[in-house]
Design a protein around this ligand. Structure first.
Ligand code: PLP
Length: 413
């Protein structure tokens, strides 16, 4: 399937940030999409258009601007519904991002349902946003956290899953794709297994949603969380998806305007979902501009994006592996998403990131909010490169050139 957007050179031209040369004369080689994606012009324009022509607060005013804003917000909610194939628009709540959505599930649903001795199933490749809220819930409820072991390749060791799934396992929370190793987790299989013992599955889709099709019905997902800013959309907007029955039994965790049904002197009742979870003024402009981001991804096609990024990942592995002292963590390229984390013998990740920056190559270094994973890998930090729609093999060639430059500077040759 091809559309005019699919020529990668054309695709890149939709992102104004690449229309520049850096002060040192280098082009922008952006390899940090896993942290946050660059924005296509349609998203930037949509944000500006709302503010220049019909901005108003949401779900409050009956005047023309207010009504238009409400319609656009609902169109965006509908775009999200279709994007993840949810059954009903009421299952989609606007939040500030994945972290907020996961906290909402943890404190709104799990804190209400878990009791002493119940088990929460996690694993050590999770982002802190999918670890710390569960630790907090466990500490308050007396629930116990158990970790599915990882294989040497950084994949879930499913051969051990049986011993972790019992009638005590009430919840399994797992990332769709690791933000460090690129590992893609078998959500369909995990959802089947947790449901067999009567538990629910929570999917942190922050990294998976921008790269592969997520279908909450086909995969039987109970709760799902993701962020707009990793999906070529604005910052400050995220999504909480929950099955209707589950959202009905989820408490709000923020209280105030818009989320109420009736307020009395001494107590209040709540609006129906999703309003129940949207207290206060939501990020109106950002929520509206999430729709053009989703439209953009749909127009390119997630399957095409996935193929393009897989090819980049394969090529990057091949080139990186030729560099002396290179150690890449995680599964082989054909079994993972567009993220590669590595260390280079003799080079501290932070020094390497600084030296790559001198060549206009932007990468992330550190623990990437995954300290337990780095403990498992027995390193305190790695360098991470990650790809998006706009990257090309030229970017990888520049990365490799910059690593050689760094090796010379560090006298590793
Ligand atoms: C897998 C994963 N989960 C959660 C998050 C947190 O996302 P946010 O900061 O948008 O809330 C990230 C961000 O890097 C992530 O990669």
């Amino acid at each position: 399937m091809t559309t005019p957007l699919l020529n990668v050179a054309t695709l890149r031209s939709h992102f104004p940030v690449f229309d520049q040369t850096l002060p040192n004369g280098e082009p922008v080689t952006f390899l940090d999409t896993a942290a946050s994606a660059q924005k296509p012009r349609v998203v930037i324009d949509a944000e500006r258009a709302v503010q220049e022509t019909h901005y108003a607060n949401a779900y409050r005013g009956v005047y023309q601007f207010g009504a238009q804003i409400d319609d656009e917000l609902e169109a965006s909610r509908e775009a999200v519904r279709q994007f993840i194939n949810a059954e009903d628009r009421s299952e989609i709540a606007f939040t500030s991002g994945t972290t907020m959505s996961l906290n909402l599930i943890a404190f709104g649903w799990a804190a209400r349902h878990l009791k002493e001795g119940d088990e929460i199933l996690l694993n050590r490749m999770e982002h802190h946003a999918n670890l710390v809220p569960w630790q907090q819930v466990a500490a308050r409820s007396g629930a116990v956290i158990r970790y599915i072991p990882l294989t040497e390749n950084g994949q879930l060791d499913l051969s051990q899953l049986d011993s972790f799934l019992t009638e005590k396992t009430k919840l399994l929370s797992v990332t769709g794709m690791s933000n460090v190793l690129g590992t893609i987790n078998p959500i369909n299989e995990l959802s089947k297994r947790i449901h067999e013992v009567g538990g629910i599955i929570v999917v942190d889709a922050a990294q998976s949603v921008p790269h592969k099709v997520v279908d909450v019905i086909a995969d039987n997902i109970d709760f799902l969380a993701f962020s707009g800013h990793k999906l070529y959309g604005p910052t400050g907007i995220g999504i909480l998806y929950g099955r209707q029955e589950l959202l009905a039994e989820t408490n709000p965790i923020l209280f105030g305007g818009h989320m109420i049904d009736r307020v009395y002197d001494d107590h209040s009742t709540w609006a129906q979902p999703p309003a129940k979870f949207e207290a206060g003024t939501i990020p109106i402009v950002q929520a509206i501009a999430l729709k053009p981001a989703i439209d953009f991804v749909n127009e390119v096609g997630l399957h095409t994006l996935h193929e393009h990024e897989s090819e980049l990942t394969r090529y990057a592995h091949e080139c990186l592996n030729k560099i002396p002292g290179m150690h890449i963590y995680g599964p082989p390229p054909e079994e993972k998403g567009a993220i590669i984390s590595f260390t280079l013998e003799g080079a501290h990740p932070e020094d390497l990131a600084h030296l790559l920056d001198r060549k206009g190559v932007f990468v992330r270094h550190g623990h990437h909010c995954t300290m337990p994973l780095h403990d498992f890998l027995k390193v305190s930090a790695t360098v991470r490169v990650s790809f998006g729609a706009y990257n090309t093999t030229d970017d990888i060639d520049r990365l490799i050139g910059a690593i050689h430059f760094a090796r010379e500077r560090l006298r590793l040759t």
